[in-house]
Design a protein around this ligand. Structure first.
Ligand SMILES: Cc1cc2nc3c(=O)[nH]c(=O)nc-3n(C[C@H](O)[C@H](O)[C@H](O)COP(=O)(O)OP(=O)(O)OC[C@H]3O[C@@H](n4cnc5c(N)ncnc54)[C@H](O)[C@@H]3O)c2cc1C
Length: 378
């Protein structure tokens, strides 16, 4: 039984309800509320803490390594890749402007693509293609000399098993915990209501919007509903090209004298590593078990975790005795292309997400787009 206060204030209908407190959900709610302060906007999140990719990722503020861009261009054409790269770059700028660099632990550390000793042929192809890509990126995004041969930096970082590095000075890294905390605080500061430990079980259409039912038996009325649920809910109306893809990550114990600085991509962007708090964070290897890594559970994959541990010992820090402290899994949303989906699914029902492995860069961009789409219907 609700009190007068609960019934008339908390349980009164929302104008817009967002499901999912990741980068997309928190930013979309914030942008909408900031532009339309009279709206009542809420975010409901199933975890006690936000439990999606934004707090399970590697914190790269990146927009694509050379081998990844070249592979994507073969599949989708160069222009599509350049457009997406621009959205990623613009998204990163928007995110940094909204949050402020210090609040999200942003480091302008630069990014590198790492080539191992047996990857000579690929490295040569990349070096050959590099001037053409730099010209196109300058034309599309205004960024000069995005990629350069930075192999000389390998020695100072004691990457002794490295054949070559291709550097990108425009990439950086964030602290994912600081990012979520800041997005959450900023959302609340503009007047968004954020509720955690609310898992949406069902929604039903009513004459004026939707009734939402949560696992904890709570019921909420809302006029508009926005799903920012990444790959966790795939059977939404009008969303056929959306699938979960699991990613595996590990973090080592502190490594005395670690010289690594920057974010590192390897093998078409599938593997990635960086320094965090004097440790190495390493993820990837999904290509080893694509079929097994397609459900939305946060489950460890032993084969991939072993592969990652092997990379540490053979490629990143050969000869060093390094112990693993933490392992986890996270979920990405993927589809036929790498473009995010920002879409009105039905009357008053919206989706924003599917950002693959680059949601830090793409999140602000798709959140802005969906907030504008909803605002058009007000
Ligand atoms: C292992 C890994 C490493 C990555 N590394 C990077 C990286 O370094 N750089 C980068 O740019 N990107 C990276 N990504 C991708 C990036 O993290 C994602 O693209 C981005 O965080 C997705 O944001 P989102 O808001 O769409 O989804 P999420 O952050 O996943 O948010 C969706 C939220 O919805 C909630 N939810 C789901 N169902 C319900 C429900 N029924 N009721 C209520 N709430 C619900 C979830 O709990 C979750 O909090 C990585 C992803 C993974 C998995």
């Amino acid at each position: 039984m609700f009190s007068y206060w609960q019934k008339n204030y908390f349980a009164a209908p929302f104008d817009v309800t967002v499901i999912g407190a990741g980068i997309n959900g928190l930013l979309a709610a914030s942008f909408l509320k900031k532009k339309h302060p009279a709206l009542r906007v809420a975010v409901f999140e199933k975890g006690i803490l936000p439990d999606g990719a934004t707090l399970r990722n590697a914190g790269f503020a990146c927009f694509g390594s050379m081998t990844e861009l070249m592979e994507d261009a073969e599949l989708n054409g160069r222009e599509a890749v350049l457009k997406l790269l621009k959205s990623r770059y613009d998204g990163l700028r928007m995110l940094r402007d909204w949050c402020g660099d210090a609040a999200i632990g942003y480091e302008a550390c630069g990014g590198f693509e790492f080539f191992a000793r047996d990857e000579k042929e690929t490295l040569e192809k990349v070096k050959e293609a590099l001037p053409g890509w730099n010209r196109d990126i300058e034309d599309f995004c205004g960024l000069r000399n995005t990629f350069a041969d930075s192999s000389a930096r390998a020695a100072e970082m004691e990457l002794n098993a490295c054949l070559g590095l291709i550097g990108n000075p425009y990439e950086g890294a964030v602290n994912s915990a600081m990012l979520i905390r800041t997005l959450w605080q900023k959302a609340v500061s503009v007047g968004v209501e954020v509720y955690t430990n609310f898992e949406l079980d069902q929604y039903e259409t009513t004459g004026t919007g939707f009734t939402l039912r949560f696992g904890n038996a709570h019921k909420v009325q809302t006029r508009r509903l926005l799903f920012c649920t990444n790959g966790y809910l795939r059977h939404l109306p009008g969303l056929s090209d959306l699938a979960p893809a699991r990613g595996q990550v590990l973090v080592t114990e502190p490594i005395p004298g670690l010289k690594l600085k920057g974010t590192f991509h390897h093998h078409f962007g599938y593997n990635y590593f960086r320094e965090i708090d004097g440790r190495i964070l390493l993820g990837g290897g999904r290509f080893l078990d694509r079929e097994g890594e397609t459900d939305a559970g946060h489950v460890l994959n032993e084969k991939i975790q072993d592969y990652l541990e092997g990379l540490l010992g053979s490629m990143i820090l050969p000869g060093r005795d390094v112990r693993i402290e933490t392992r986890w899994a996270g979920i990405m949303a993927v589809g036929e292309t790498k473009r995010p989906i920002v879409k009105k699914l039905e009357e008053n029902l919206y989706f924003a997400g599917r950002m693959g492995g680059m949601g830090v860069a793409l999140g602000a961009h798709s959140a802005r787009e969906v907030a504008e789409l909803i605002a058009e219907s007000l």
